[in-house]
Design a protein around this ligand. Structure first.
Ligand SMILES: O=C(O)c1ccccc1N[C@@H]1O[C@H](COP(=O)(O)O)[C@@H](O)[C@H]1O
Length: 202
């Protein structure tokens, strides 16, 4: 089970995720209370072990700007959380996780039009395009035809529901932001509990 801890804004939070066994950490460059600059992400990223992959979260970012940020922050993956098209992904020519809002089974029909590394299933947008802490109906993602080895599950996950989520959806990875925070700050204990629970659920 690949575990991604998103919304990292400090070296301490990044190290807490790495020490707890996270495979990936996420920097949010889109509009969000967790937004960081490319320079901030670069400074944090330099302090992390190299096996922890750095993912940049973007929403409808112009490609030139995205590539500049990816370069400055030495990103390993690009997470697209907006209305980016299959042509946009192709033009980017980078390792991509494309996010899809799931509110009905028909939302899942769009996945395979995208040539990307991972499909990330998330709840519909609220205040921001992601990171809102709300789960979707996981039964919508139980279809046998979905490419499990490329699926990431996100949206309102936390240590107490991640095992159930994994057993319903059988994703390759899970992604969390709000569920490992206390008062909108990353909480080392919650990160540890989340990762331990995700590993148990696999
Ligand atoms: O984390 C954010 O602030 C964010 C902002 C804009 C787009 C995506 C964002 N994060 C991603 O949202 C999902 C769900 O997060 P949560 O666990 O429900 O808080 C996850 O994929 C984050 O990577």
């Amino acid at each position: 089970m690949i575990v991604k801890i998103c919304g990292i804004q400090s070296v301490d939070a990044g190290l807490a995720a790495a020490e707890a066994g996270a495979d990936m950490i996420g920097f949010v460059f889109a509009e969000s209370t967790r937004q960081v600059t490319a320079d901030q992400a670069a400074q944090i990223g330099k302090k992390l072990p190299s096996h922890v992959k750095k993912v940049g979260v973007f929403v409808n970012e112009p490609i030139d700007s995205l590539l500049n940020i990816a370069d400055t922050a030495a990103l390993d993956y690009i997470q697209l959380h907006g209305d980016e098209t299959p042509a946009y992904v192709k033009e980017l020519n980078k390792p991509v996780m494309k996010a899809f809002s799931v509110s009905s089974e028909s939302d899942l029909k769009r996945l395979t039009a995208y040539a990307c590394d991972y499909y990330l299933l998330d709840s519909p947008a609220e205040a921001y395009r992601g990171g809102n802490g709300t789960p979707f109906d996981w039964s919508l993602a139980s279809s046998k035809t979905l490419p499990r080895e490329k699926l990431f599950l996100a949206g309102g996950l936390h240590a107490d529901n991640v095992q159930q989520a994994i057993s319903e959806v059988s994703p390759a990875g899970v992604d969390v932001s709000s569920g490992v925070e206390t008062n909108k700050q990353k909480d080392s204990l919650k990160i540890k509990q989340f990762i331990a629970a995700a590993r148990k659920g696999q």
